[in-house]
Design a protein around this ligand. Structure first.
Ligand code: ADP
Ligand code: MG
Length: 499
């Protein structure tokens, strides 16, 4: 069934969107949230388990202190208050990947609450997202449905369950309703989750790999006629695990809901699924209200009461956060706001920093990463960090240029060679014979030829138009297959013309 959609422009003209994001992050602890089973990805199914991960009768959970520390790190990085006392709660529901028939979570006593995060959009606009809470919980196992269409349970003939993920520590971060974004709602949603991802990595609580589902977002969207109106009915699209997916979900839901509302219809409060293949969402189940889960405090776990000393110790141990680091690096490197924003958007901050540590200046590092390498990456639809060239190699390349061994044009061939696996820049230069022609004999011949072939240009130069020298460079470079050093060529021309 295909949904009726309003154009995005019309939808944003007529309606005011409200968003709510619930982001789950898997913590990178060694063991699980409540037992000593390994917390690791990719093991043989049902090998990283203990009776506690399986929720067998009679076993007792114990809280992982490191997971609590990581939750506090996240809360502090998000400018939250840290509870002096909080408890876990049982969220009761049945699903085959949840053997206990309840998820151990937190309900009305989250460990972190009342925070905010500044999110910078691609054009530099900063939007502040208010954070309601960040609480601890455990992940469920993973169902795999066999025999149906694209892994859905509908039409499957049997299902398999892997409990390796059961009990993996999670922190769920819930925003307050995000208002006032207007037509930038999809962008704000994606940028918010990207900013969170960068923070998780920077503070060392998770590898935060989206493609592994380490970070997943539930995306709530509603529309209303005017910003002054009460919020409309929302839908919640579950487990979106890419930035593009988050952006598309918001966009699609805005267009879909706008079409329904414009015809006087009502939005059904429900969970929905996102389909990466075509960027659409489809109906899941009607949303349960909190009371259906029959939350109650977990009797098998002691409350968590982090001492203020511990919280302050954690605060002091936090590294520089990404936004602060970017500002600092921009100052050190001397880049303009626009240059720095392009670098951030290209995911090149770390690469340039490492290239600079390998001994080049920032301008030289930026030139290659944001120039030729970025151009090639774009052609291959890859991220910069996926390109098979390292910061150390880029630094070596830049040194070869600075030493006059190669020019910028040859450097591009060197980059191609490195990417093709031909070795480090120095090796590529040797193997491909790319060193600039410094043999003045061959150069002189080329210079003389160019002068003889272009009497009109020579006349201009002699008449004082030095810029005309450029017109002689082309044929000389061609004759030396681009391997001549521009400075040397220029001085040879001057010498030859007696200037
Ligand atoms: P649930 O448990 O049903 O998922 P939560 O309150 O945990 O509900 O989270 C819902 C998310 O959606 C929060 O981020 C909240 O701010 C947001 N939200 C609440 N009401 C609306 C609404 N009408 N439209 C958009 N977002 C909303
Ligand atoms: Mg929720």
């Amino acid at each position: 069934m295909s949904d009726k959609l309003m154009s995005y422009e019309k939808a944003t003209e007529r309606f005011d969107p409200v968003l709510g994001l619930e982001v789950h992050v898997e913590l990178g602890t060694k063991t699980k949230m409540f037992d000593a089973a390994p917390n690791a990805f990719g093991g043989e199914p049902n090998t990283y388990i203990t009776p506690v991960s399986l929720g067998l009768p009679g076993c007792l959970p114990v809280v992982n202190k490191r997971a609590v520390e990581y939750a506090i790190r996240i809360g502090l990085a998000l400018n939250c208050q840290i509870a002096e006392y909080c408890r876990f709660a049982r969220k009761n529901y049945f699903y085959p990947d949840l053997t206990k028939a309840f998820q151990t979570s937190q309900y009305d006593e989250p460990i972190c609450y009342d925070g905010w995060l500044d999110v910078e959009l691609e054009d530099g606009t900063v939007y502040r997202v208010e954070i309601e809470r960040a609480h601890m919980e455990e992940d469920a196992g993973k169902n795999t449905h066999i025999g149906g269409e694209d892994g859905r349970i509908q039409g499957a003939d049997h299902s398999l369950v892997d409990y390796n993920r059961a009990g993996v520590p999670l922190v769920e971060i819930v925003t307050k309703p995000i208002t006032g974004t207007g037509d930038r709602a999809p962008e704000v949603a994606a940028a918010y989750v990207r900013t969170l991802r960068d923070i998780f990595r920077a503070i060392g609580v998770s590898e935060a790999r989206m493609e592994r589902g380490n970070v997943r977002a539930d995306v709530n969207v509603s529309l209303r006629d005017n910003p002054e109106d009460p919020m409309g009915t929302r839908t919640e699209t579950k487990n979106v695990n890419s930035f593009r997916g988050i952006e598309k979900t918001v966009r699609y839901e805005m267009r879909r809901q706008a079409a329904i509302l414009a015809e006087g219809g009502k939005i059904v409060q429900e969970t929905r699924h996102y389909h990466a293949a075509d960027g659409t969402t489809s109906s899941g189940r009607e949303k349960s209200d909190a009371e259906d889960y029959r939350y109650f405090p977990e009797p098998d776990l002691v409350p968590v009461a982090p001492s203020r000393e511990w919280v302050e110790e954690i605060r002091k141990s936090l590294p520089e956060l990404p936004a602060v680091r970017r500002k600092r690096l921009q100052g050190v490197w001397g880049f303009t706001d626009i240059e720095m924003r392009d670098i951030v958007n290209a995911g090149a901050v770390d690469l340039i920093e490492e290239t600079v540590s390998a001994g080049t200046d920032a301008g030289g590092a930026r030139k290659w990463w944001m120039g030729e390498i970025a151009r090639l990456a774009k052609g291959e639809e890859k991220d910069l960090e996926e390109m098979a060239i390292t910061p150390a190699q880029v630094a070596e390349l830049q040194h070869l240029v600075e030493d006059g061994k190669i020019n910028d044009k040859l450097a591009k061939q060197v980059i191609a060679g490195v990417l093709a696996g031909e070795g480090n820049p120095g090796e590529v230069v040797k193997a491909r014979g790319l060193e600039v022609v410094s043999d003045t004999g061959a150069l002189e011949t080329a210079v003389k030829q160019a002068i003889a072939d272009n009497p009109d240009v020579v006349a201009k130069i002699k008449g004082g138009k030095m810029a005309a020298i450029g017109a002689l460079m082309g044929p000389i470079m061609k004759a030396t297959r681009g391997q001549a050093d521009a400075g040397t060529v220029k001085s040879l021309i001057m010498k030859e013309l007696g200037l």
